[in-house]
Design a protein around this ligand. Structure first.
Ligand code: MN3
Length: 244
């Protein structure tokens, strides 16, 4: 095993040489909560705001670790690779890139769609959950959900149906669509921003999000995930989107 100092030295040499590929870091220097890995481009993997086991037993620590440190990290690396050397794109936010995919050079459009979508979706996903989450939203968002779906239970059913209806890989979303709350399902890593909608809450139903613990029992994962939602965070997104 290389020492931490040797690994950092190799990383610095690789960065200096313009090498953008990431490589597996030894456990000793793996991202800890509150500590993001070094950036190799304009986009960075955000650190989790909680420990990888914080969402146990609903989402297990191993799934969280692999999902964040490998899957999300790979989206960031691939996205940075796509915009490398393109100064006009590197200065744009991920939302700006995704909301106008047609403006991108055709050779990177699909890479940005998949990996940029993956980066934005997962960044929102981690910050949509917290230890001891769940329950139901109150105040403005709770009232808006009651208004749009008739009740929180009906919203939950709609979100669950949407998540169960994704064939293959994708997400179920609570969005603001022209100012109205709606539930939509999108394939792969497509983001609601690609359709001009505002994503408020996304449920990742790629198998990598649940297979280690739940195998083929997607419904059990969906039910458990509702116990992790940080409704204060979703309500804050709703307030800022509704006022925009
Ligand atoms: Mn995922």
């Amino acid at each position: 095993m290389p020492t931490r100092r040797e690994v950092i030295k190799v990383s610095m040499i690789a960065a200096a040489a313009g090498v953008v590929e990431s490589f597996a870091l030894p456990l000793s220097v793996r991202a800890q909560p509150g500590q993001a890995p070094a950036a190799t481009g304009p986009f960075t993997l955000p650190a989790l705001a909680y420990a990888v086991d914080a969402l146990e037993p609903h989402i297990d620590a191993q799934t969280m670790t692999i999902h964040h440190d490998r899957h999300h990290a790979a989206y960031v690396t691939n996205l940075n690779g796509a915009v490398a050397g393109k100064a006009d794109l590197a200065g744009k936010s991920i939302e700006q890139l995704l909301s106008n995919l047609d403006a991108l050079p055709s050779d990177i459009r699909t890479v940005v769609r998949n990996n940029g979508g993956g980066h934005l979706n997962h960044t929102m996903f981690w910050t949509s959950m917290k230890k001891g989450g769940g329950g139901a939203p109150t105040t403005e968002l709770g009232a808006a959900i009651d208004g749009a779906f008739t009740s929180f239970g009906a919203f939950k059913d709609a979100m669950t149906r949407s998540a169960m209806g994704v064939f293959g890989s994708g997400w179920a979303w609570l969005v603001l669509d022209a100012g109205k709350l709606a539930v939509v399902a999108l394939p792969n890593q497509d983001s609601p921003v690609m359709q001009g909608k505002v994503p408020l809450l996304g449920l990742d139903v790629w198998e990598h999000a649940y297979y280690l613990k739940y195998q083929n029992r997607r419904r059990d994962y969906v039910d458990a995930w509702f116990n992790c939602i940080d409704w204060d965070a979703i309500a804050a997104r709703y307030r800022s989107a509704a006022r925009a």
